[in-house]
Design a protein around this ligand. Structure first.
Ligand code: HPA
Length: 274
């Protein structure tokens, strides 16, 4: 189902009625293990997804299902504590609905993070990766259907989807903080099953360094509506078939928790400098 501009505007009107003039500049979509960054906002206003017209609740484990609006490092931000995923049963239009709503509220930038499997065999679990590009060959695009020119063009260019200046800024921030940061390509899989070992080998041959079940739909929609995008993956585990052991959600959540301090310092510094 495609949403209309009227529906997006109804969601925006509701949020305006709750925000008392607050206008976010940066949308932050935080994956497993980083949702707590929202708790570090100054003067936060929480808005539950289920109260916003046309929103869907998030059901994924480790995801709360609310917006927090407030100030982080002096910048007005909207933090999504919990995102929607295709594997929960939502359409890609539903998965990306919030991006357009927050854009209409005035946001110019998006920082998106995720937990992902590590495909690059020279790296290890716990690696932080700056997303330089993505591969999405599964599923239709979230931009499929009637184009809404209020947001952007029919055929958006994705050459510099992950904004080069912001990549440079993130690399500088990581160097200053002495936090190791790799750069690589994220390949989107719809899940909820983890990739098979053969799919992981295929991803590597295609040029991927990481595999995961989020981020790309939101990044495409953000780019379409003219936002600048900065993306990070926390590689919580070696992708399937690389080590001789099964993958588990516990491993992903534990590894996300172990890296959360390092990851949040890096993301906060990027927010400060954006
Ligand atoms: N694959 C897909 N998504 C993930 C993984 C993975 O190995 N780890 C954490 N999220």
């Amino acid at each position: 189902m495609n949403f209309t501009i009227e529906q997006y505007n109804e969601s925006v009107d509701y949020l305006r009625s709750r925000l008392d003039g607050f206008q976010p500049r940066i949308l932050m979509i935080l994956g497993s293990g980083l949702g707590f960054l929202g708790d570090q906002l100054e003067n936060p206003i929480a808005v539950s997804y289920e109260d916003i017209p046309h929103f869907r609740p998030s059901t994924a484990p480790g995801h709360k299902g609310q917006f927090l609006f407030g100030t982080l490092e002096g910048k007005p931000v909207a933090v999504m504590q919990g995102r929607m995923h295709y594997y929960e049963g939502y359409s890609l239009q539903e998965v990306t609905y919030a991006v357009r709503v927050i854009r209409l509220l005035g946001a110019e930038d998006m920082i998106v993070t995720n937990a992902a499997g590590c495909v690059n065999e020279s790296w290890s679990a716990g690696t932080l990766m700056l997303i330089t590009d993505h591969i999405k060959i599964a599923l239709e695009s979230p931009l499929r259907g009637p184009n809404l020119p209020e947001f952007g063009p029919r055929f958006p260019d994705t050459t510099t989807l992950y904004t080069p200046e912001y990549q440079a800024l993130a690399k500088r921030a990581a160097a200053e903080l002495d936090i190791p940061l790799q750069e690589g390509v994220y390949m989107y899989f719809p899940g909820p099953q983890y990739e098979s070992p053969a799919e992981v080998r295929a991803a590597r041959i295609l040029g991927a360094d990481a595999v995961g079940m989020s981020t790309v739909p939101e990044a495409l929609v953000a780019r379409h509506c003219g936002m600048k995008v900065l993306g990070f993956s926390l590689l919580t585990n070696m992708a399937a078939g690389i080590l001789n052991q099964p993958l588990s959600e516990e491993e992903v959540l534990e590894s996300a928790a172990a890296a959360s301090e390092r990851f949040s310092r890096l993301v906060r510094r990027c927010v400060a400098e954006l």
